[in-house]
Design a protein around this ligand. Structure first.
Ligand SMILES: Nc1ncnc2c1ncn2[C@@H]1O[C@H](COP(=O)(O)OP(=O)(O)OP(=O)(O)O)[C@@H](O)[C@H]1O
Length: 605
């Protein structure tokens, strides 16, 4: 800690003022030297050192944070302000474009051309190997263990960029520019200060139906645009990839009645149609790293099949899109109750549940949720993609049209649909606007959150590979030697998704051809994009000896207390709270009517 901060802190203690440490999640006070100081000095008395020093403390912290930001050659036009998030392949920073003064998000992805990176990777692998050896008996996920972002193949990042370039929709993060240096790729993106929807679900435990509708409809309109107007399938729709703009929470009047088992739920506040609620305004889809083009706009044909529109290819396009619809169902389920539809402590059972579509509307948490919402979810989480709702069917469902949910106003940013240079004259960064959007939002990741993310990732990867792998085998034959081009050159490498491969950490990465046959997967980021030596590849990693999914500290799940009804057999190891029903190969045990599995091999759709 720099001496200035220490001194200021000592002063605060000496003067008996208690100031809580600056909370990253709260809007910051203006600086002491800003044109609108938060606490003006009182002229009649000597200035109290407390508030000023508190302001100084904040300024110092900000400076310190900025000075700690890495410097990237090639990114001289941007000042990095804080880290907003990281993925398996990137670090994402809030930044100011120094040419325009506008705030943006900069996604920094390492490329694989630099030898020093290779050396670092090898060093990292060695550490990883030693750690794994040390944890040989540990079959649990270790979400706290942060990996250094992996390198990404140029073709993969170009695919992501190419797809994003053609996309202009208020529900989708805008890509402003792309550049690269010898060591990194840089994607300059529209900034969403609210951060991930995941964090807001954890904060509020679950959403009211109005708020869930507000969120899911925005996502659905984005998906409709991608599917129907751009021929793009996202393939990674999950709460982590849904970002939001913060709006103020207006406390409910009268205060909401709490469900007896949910006394800890925070008030999500009044819902304002056309604006939002629960602190959530605009919601946008991010991260196109796994997306695919399945329809060629120019030729109006499925990709790579000019003049060839055999029924199975047309069907294949529909089925590709259906992966997003299934994911939309998972998100909607999670928004409404606060835990995911597919969960089990055992990775084998979780895999089996996903593959067979076993989930339940668990009592008591689902008791007060409308039948219409449940009906909609059953049409999304059905095993047979042919039976699953398309996006238009989703949008036509009565639940989507039931209640007050005018679409929120367009994003009040100047970045949207304009290059940064064209935006320089607009005072985007006004205090008013930033106040309306709330403060910074990157919240610390709790282990529970990280573990829950793992569960989502595993679920999605299993589902994608199960469905896409089955289709590939069906249409192309087991050897996959047939005409592979129907998804277009953009997707070539993804078509290898379910091929056994040697992962960067020395573990075998496997497809899920054998789902349900005892496949066991290692911890770490299951899924998306580990491709060979650090390039993008999807798919859970197969462990030597397998492991059990550890939900210790699962914030989202642990908050859902069960006080009534019989305890179902699957529970969080943290709280002992029941969150799922067991998978029985010979039949499923039923807690109550609503706990019965919605999909079964006999009952599909
Ligand atoms: N435009 C943005 N505004 C604010 N935060 C963002 C933005 N884009 C990304 N983030 C944050 O950074 C995280 C990682 O971004 P992203 O998912 O695009 O990276 P990735 O390397 O592709 O990740 P993944 O491992 O999920 O594939 C997001 O989950 C989010 O928290």
């Amino acid at each position: 800690m720099p001496s200035g901060v220490v001194d200021a802190f000592k002063n605060l203690i000496r003067h008996g003022k208690h100031h809580s440490h600056h909370n990253n999640n709260q809007p910051k006070q203006p600086h002491a030297d800003s044109p609108h100081p938060a606490i003006p000095p009182e002229p009649s008395r000597p200035m109290s050192p407390g508030p000023l020093e508190a302001a100084q403390l904040i300024v110092d912290e900000e400076r310190q944070a900025r000075s700690k930001m890495p410097k990237y050659a090639g990114l001289e036009n941007f000042e990095l302000m804080e880290k907003m998030g990281d993925g398996a392949f990137s670090n994402v920073y809030k930044a100011i474009d120094l040419r325009t003064g506008l705030k943006v998000a900069v996604k920094v992805v390492r490329n694989r051309r630099v030898d020093t990176d290779l050396i670092l990777s090898l060093f990292f692998l060695l550490i990883l190997f030693l750690l794994r050896a040390d944890q040989a008996g540990d079959k649990h996920l270790n979400p706290q263990f942060k990996k250094k972002p992996r390198v990404t193949e140029r073709s993969n990042i170009l695919k992501e960029v190419q797809i994003m370039r053609g996309i202009h929709h208020p529900s989708i993060i805008k890509l402003f520019s792309f550049s690269e240096s010898s060591e990194h790729y840089f994607l300059v993106l529209e900034l969403m200060e609210g951060g991930e929807l995941f964090h807001q679900i954890v904060k509020l435990t679950y959403f009211s139906e109005n708020l869930a509708r507000h969120v899911i409809l925005q996502v659905a309109h984005g998906i409709r645009y991608l599917h129907e107007e751009r021929g793009v399938v996202h393939r990674d729709i999950k709460p982590e990839n849904l970002l939001f703009e913060r709006i103020p929470i207006i406390p409910s009047n009268p205060p909401p009645e709490r469900r007896p088992y949910d006394e800890e739920k925070e008030d999500e506040g009044e819902f304002t149609p056309g604006v939002g609620g629960g602190g959530i305004g605009r919601v946008k889809i991010a991260d196109f790293g796994l997306s695919k083009v399945v329809w060629n706009e120019e030729t109006m044909t499925p990709c790579g099949t000019v003049g060839y529109t055999a029924p199975e290819i047309v069907k294949d396009e529909r089925y590709s899109k259906s992966v997003d619809m299934w994911a939309l169902g998972c998100v909607l389920y999670t928004l409404l109750c606060g835990f995911p539809p597919f969960y089990d402590e055992s990775i084998n059972v979780l895999t089996e549940k996903v593959a067979r579509g076993y989930y339940t509307f668990l009592s008591p948490w689902w008791d007060d949720i409308s039948h219409s919402a449940k009906d909609l979810i059953t049409h999304l989480l059905c095993v047979d993609p042919a039976q699953r709702y398309t996006i238009d069917e989703f949008l036509a469902h009565p639940w989507c049209n039931a209640a007050p949910s005018a679409p929120p106003p367009p994003t009040p940013t100047v970045y949207a649909n304009q290059p940064p240079s064209a935006a320089s004259s607009i005072p985007l960064d006004s205090p008013l606007l930033s106040a309306a959007r709330g403060g910074r939002a990157h919240e610390g990741r709790s282990p529970g959150l990280a573990t829950l993310k793992e569960a989502f990732d595993i679920t999605y990867a299993v589902h994608r590979m199960e469905e896409e792998g089955a289709r590939r085998r069906k249409y192309m034959g087991p050897s996959s030697a047939g005409p592979r081009g129907h998804l277009g050159g953009l997707n070539e490498e993804d078509d290898e998704d379910d091929v056994m491969d040697e992962g960067e950490d020395g573990l075998v990465e496997a497809g899920v051809a054998g789902v349900g046959a005892g496949a066991q997967f290692a911890g770490g980021r299951a899924g998306p994009r580990d491709q060979g030596a650090g390039t993008r590849r999807q798919g859970p990693r197969k462990a030597k000896g397998g492991f059990q999914l550890d939900l210790d500290g699962a914030t989202l799940l642990g908050r859902r207390h069960r006080k009534v009804g019989a305890a179902p057999p699957v529970s969080s190891p943290l709280s002992g709270k029941a969150i799922g029903s067991p998978l029985r190969m010979e039949g499923l045990k039923m807690g109550n009517e609503d706990d019965s599995p919605v999909n079964s091999p006999m009952h599909v759709g």
